[in-house]
Design a protein around this ligand. Sequence first.
Ligand code: SF4
Length: 263
Amino acid sequence: MMRWAVSTVPCKCAVSKSRLPGLEYTFNPYRGCTHGCLYCYVPDIMRNPSLSSTWGRSAAVKEDILCKLKDDLRRLKPGVVGVSTVTDPYQPLEGSLQITRQAISVLSEMSFPVSIQTKSALVARDADIIRGGDVEVGITITSSGESFRARFEPGASPIADRARALNELSSMGVKTWIFYGPIIPGSNDLPADIEFIVRLAGETGSRVLYDGLNVKPMLHKRLLSVFTEGEMERITKFNFNAFYGAFESECRAGGVKCRHAFA
Ligand code: SF4
């Protein structure tokens, strides 16, 4: 069994204002994320170089996070809380610690709508509290096959397990959505990927939010472990708008609602 380094870090506030579409606030139950996605943007936006350098391999528990959450919510006007934006709320640590689970209960009790985003099938564990609250669940589905996941998302749940979790939650009446991204040209923009995602969205009544890869400096360096400079150049010059148009047509044909995640 794989073991992760776990530590505790101080936490000044639990809830932050959000500038992301559809979210008033964000709540990140952990600092760090052991899903270790090769394409993760977080190291590029962190201000802490040592944290950036260990990103993907360690996660820390925030001290008194649930008390801080309650304190913050008492001061705030209710609005949609994104869980999470710079960590995965259902990464392996959550299996035993259940901080996200308790936080969703607190948010629901205090009348804050919740929008979960994860690439872990563990989210289905919390169906009992999710279905009873104003909680929607977004599951990232990046491709149709395991080879993409093994290469780019080594610590996240297998795609089939994520699809099963989406089906399970949707069949209980939970509002669900799919995040298809980042789209990496030549890796997960193939007809089989599109067909799989549109079919799954249709079956589960999920809308799809999509986004193409945005290559930032640290990310560029990391991706050179799997792509040549020539491949990276082709990726950065890819015509995403043409791809988005074709993807939207497929969604329309499948009766699926979709939009760019940051439109
Ligand atoms: S799950 Fe999200 S936060 Fe975690 S490594 Fe992957 S992209 Fe980054």
